[in-house]
Ligand binder design. Sequence first.
Ligand code: NAP
Length: 267
Amino acid sequence: MSVPTTSRTALVTGASAGIGAAFARHLAAQGNNVVLVARREDRLVALAEELRRGYGVTATVIAADLNDNAGPRSIVDQCTSQGIDIDILINNAGFSGNGAFADTPFEDLAREIQVMVTAVTELAHLVIPGMKERRYGRIVNLSSLAALLPPAASLLYTPIKSYVLNLSQALDMELKPHGVNVTALCPGFTHSEFHDVMGTRDAASTKLPGILWQSAEDVVREGWDAVEAGKAVCVPGTVNKLTAAGAKPIPTRLGYVLGRTFNPFKN
Ligand SMILES: NC(=O)c1ccc[n+]([C@@H]2O[C@H](COP(=O)([O-])OP(=O)(O)OC[C@H]3O[C@@H](n4cnc5c(N)ncnc54)[C@H](OP(=O)(O)O)[C@@H]3O)[C@@H](O)[C@H]2O)c1
C-alpha cells in the first residue's frame, strides 16, 4: 500500500473500463480519493472496493449517463452534497461511432457530441471555480492522436477530439496562473474496450501492427506526469510522438489524400 502524500480528490469519468479505470488506479495508488463515474455501476462498485482495500482511499461511485444533458450538473451536485471538492478532473468517457456521417441517425451523432464535447466542457466549467478558489487543479481531457493527424473520412470522432485538444490548450492558458494545469492527452491505439464498442476489433487486431499499441497504464502514467509538469498537450509513447511529429509538416492537401487513403476503419 502506498503512503498518501497530499490527499486530493479525483473525479474520473469512464472509470468502468480502459484508460479511465487505469487513471483511477494510478491516482488512488498515489493516495488520492476518487469519484468513479460511468453507466455500469457494478464495475464501478468493484473498482471502488479494490481501491479502498488496496490504497486506503475514499472511493465514491456515481452511476451516470453523460449522454443525459443533466448528467454533469447532477454528478457535481452529488459531490457537493457529500462535501467532496474536486481537485482533479479526468474527462475521459468516450467512444466512436463507425458509420458514414450521412447514413448515421443524427441522434447517434448527437450522443458523441453530448458525451465528448458538451459533458467534457460542462464538467470542466462546473469544477474550475472551486479549483481556482483553492488555487489547485489538474484537468486531463482525453483527446486523441487522431486530432494531430490528417482527418479520416466519415468519422465525427476526429473533429470532436480536435475540439478537445484546442479547448485544453485554451483552458490551460487561462487557468495556469490560478494553479490549475490542463492537459490534452492524445493517445494512439490503446488496449481497452474502445474497439469492441466501436465494432472495429477485427480490423484493429488484423490490420494494425503491435508496435502501434500501448497499454492503458502506460498512457495514464505519461498523461499524469504531463499534467503535473504543466504540459498542455501530451502524446504518449515514442511511436505516437514520431507519428505526430511526422504529420506536422504535411500540407493540408496531401493530408486530405492520406486521410482518405489510409483510414483502416473505412466503411
Ligand atoms: N483506446 C484507444 O485506442 C483510444 C485512443 C485515443 C483516445 N481514446 C480516448 O480515451 C477515452 C477512453 O477510452 P477507452 O479506450 O478507455 O475506451 P473504453 O475501454 O471503451 O472505455 C470507455 C469508458 O467511457 C464510458 N462511457 C461511454 N459512454 C458513456 C456515457 N454515455 N456515460 C458515461 N460513461 C460513458 C464507459 O463506461 P460505461 O459503458 O460503463 O458507461 C467506459 O468506462 C475516450 O475518450 C477515447 O476516445 C482512446
